[in-house]
Write a protein that binds this ligand. Structure first.
Ligand SMILES: [Zn+2]
Length: 549
């Protein structure tokens, strides 16, 4: 019985596939070929499995980033596509090793934990120490007086969440009065904890540096996403004390033990290697144009990732979309009218650095760019596309989209004119230069709750049907943009301040954005961080505005 049902199901799926293939809005044989290559002989699974399982995350400056780039360049060359590493500066080299932390008193438990990027290790030793919480002190003077008592201790500096259940569960299951009372109490406690950090050392970065200099054995943090069992993992600037993120549950456990004087002791063994300055580079590949070789159509996605998971949906799936689109284009359209370039950007996570550097270093390409398509918000099928604030470019996009099969476009909301990206991801680096950079905005699939910069950003989260569809869409748009007799207009819309906000491609501009020079090395970057902090300090020191009637 089961076998018969399965057989019937498969037949239905295949029939649906055949029927679907006949609803093309065009008879263009090139589009049919792109569809067939992308849908019937997709390589997205094997590319993804190698990149995310075997090579893993791609933290800028890490050996993982270099290994992934070497693999990608070799892969392109195997397909007959010219590919190269383009160095634009240097970055901090750091290798993640194993890390393991256990609660050893008042009872034994292996803690669920991840070392932060750039964290020092324990130098081959097992380090044991009491856990204490950051105390609530009057001000930075009191904090400095207290600091010597952090020596040889593990200091817990994040807010201990009272519940690690997602709010969605509280909202649907708790008695309404319990939920509202819980929410109010938690909000007050979170604000109080934030003030504890601000009073002591202004922010978590400075707090970690102070504890590091004071000889803390280690620093414990927890950056819970508010979803079940998921934390975000970023970097630390600590030079000597290892910094470990604990899961919401385990961080709460050690914090409560410390708060109730129950003598928590942990032991940590962590390995990592500071590799000094290493090259920072993008990977660029190209299919040369045959008629207009000095005009360009680009596809792009940032290649770097955070390294708490394997960087699969941020931005492995964007990367695979572009790699697969290039593979399809090389087979279907190896002699394009305009030159096709793919950009796999480094250091997007630190401020779009790789794409900013490409724009700064290649004015020739940027000023002859027909269009750039960038994708960077997860595995979902593309559902949003706008003309990024170029009113007349909307006509070009609309003409191209009209030729893409409705199986793909029926889900896309097209934003006529739209707004230039004001940051968030790499097409912003092009929009600010007046080049037509378009963001392919994806369906969310719980991106911000579970996979964005998290420990759960792993291979299994890929939705292959959506990924295949995105690669086919990108290849088709690139082909159509390359062939178009009409150059895309770069005339800008007027940007009204009240129109900003958060759009499909990230934050949107409130004035036409201006390009900012990228940091080319760690001292440039530190300068950027310090400048941002100085601005924040200034904002905080201003007296609150009186409410206006
Ligand atoms: Zn990203």
């Amino acid at each position: 019985m089961r076998r018969i049902i399965a057989g019937a199901g498969l037949g239905l799926i295949m029939a649906a596939g055949t029927a679907a293939a006949q609803t093309f809005a065009t008879d263009n044989p090139m589009l049919k070929r792109i569809w067939a290559l992308g849908m019937d002989s997709s390589r997205t699974y094997e590319i993804s499995q190698t990149l995310f399982d075997s090579i893993g995350p791609r933290l800028t400056g890490s050996p993982g980033y270099k290994a992934a780039a070497d693999w990608l360049i070799a892969q392109y060359q195997k397909w007959g596509i010219q590919a190269r590493a383009e160095q634009y500066g240097t970055w901090r080299g750091w290798r993640r090793g194993t890390a393991h932390i256990d609660l050893v008193a008042p009872r034994v438990r292996t803690l669920e934990a991840t070392m932060l990027a750039w964290s020092p290790g324990t130098g081959g030793k097992t380090v044991r120490g009491d856990v204490i919480q950051l105390p609530d002190l009057a001000d930075s003077v009191a904090f400095r007086a207290w600091l010597p008592s952090a020596k040889n201790k593990f200091v817990a500096i994040s807010f201990p969440e009272p519940s690690c259940r997602p709010d969605s569960e509280w909202a649907t299951t708790a008695l309404p009065a319990s939920w509202s009372q819980f929410r109010d109490a938690r909000a007050a406690a979170r604000t109080a904890w934030q003030q504890r950090v601000t009073k002591a050392a202004f922010n978590a970065r400075n707090l970690q540096l102070a504890l590091d200099s004071a000889g803390a054995a280690g620093i414990l943090t927890s950056t819970w996403t508010t979803g079940w069992g998921t934390d975000r993992i970023f970097n630390t600037w600590s030079q000597r004390a290892p910094v470990m993120d604990l899961s919401c549950e385990d961080y709460g456990l050690v914090s409560r033990l410390a708060e109730h004087h129950q003598g928590p002791v942990v032991q940590l063994v962590a390995e990592s290697q500071n590799l000094g300055d290493v090259p920072a580079f993008n990977v660029v590949a190209e299919i040369p144009g045959t008629e207009l070789s000095n005009e360009y159509v680009m596809l792009s996605a940032h290649f770097d990732s955070w390294d708490g998971g394997s960087g699969t949906t941020d931005n492995g799936t964007g990367t695979v979309t572009m790699v697969e689109a290039m593979r399809i284009l090389m087979l279907a359209y190896p002699s394009p009218r305009r030159t096709i370039l793919v950009g796999h950007w480094a250091s997007e996570e630190n401020g779009l650095d790789g794409s900013k550097a490409f724009v700064a270093d290649h004015p020739d390409i940027v000023s002859h760019l027909q269009a750039l398509f960038n994708q960077d918000n997860g595995t979902g099928r593309v559902v949003n596309l706008s003309a990024s604030g170029y009113p007349d470019a909307a006509g070009s996009l609309a003409r191209w989209l009209a030729q893409v099969p409705s199986e793909i476009t029926r889900n896309i909301t097209f934003g006529f004119t739209g707004m230039p990206a004001g940051g968030g991801t790499d097409h912003a680096s092009f929009d600010c230069a007046g080049a037509a950079g378009f963001g392919l905005g994806s369906l969310n699939w719980d991106y911000f709750l579970y996979t964005w910069h998290t420990t759960r950003d792993t291979f299994d989260k890929i939705v292959f049907d959506d990924l295949k569809s995105n690669a086919v869409l990108t290849a088709m748009l690139v082909y159509l943009a390359s062939e178009d007799r009409q150059p895309v207009s770069h005339e800008k819309r007027t940007v009204f301040p009240e129109r900003g906000g958060f759009g499909p491609g990230g934050p949107q501009a409130t004035a036409w954005p201006t390009c900012v020079a990228p940091p080319r090395n760690m001292s440039d970057y530190l300068q950027e961080v310090l400048q941002r902090e100085a601005q924040q300090r200034q904002q905080q020191s201003q007296p609150p505005r009186r409410p206006q009637n």
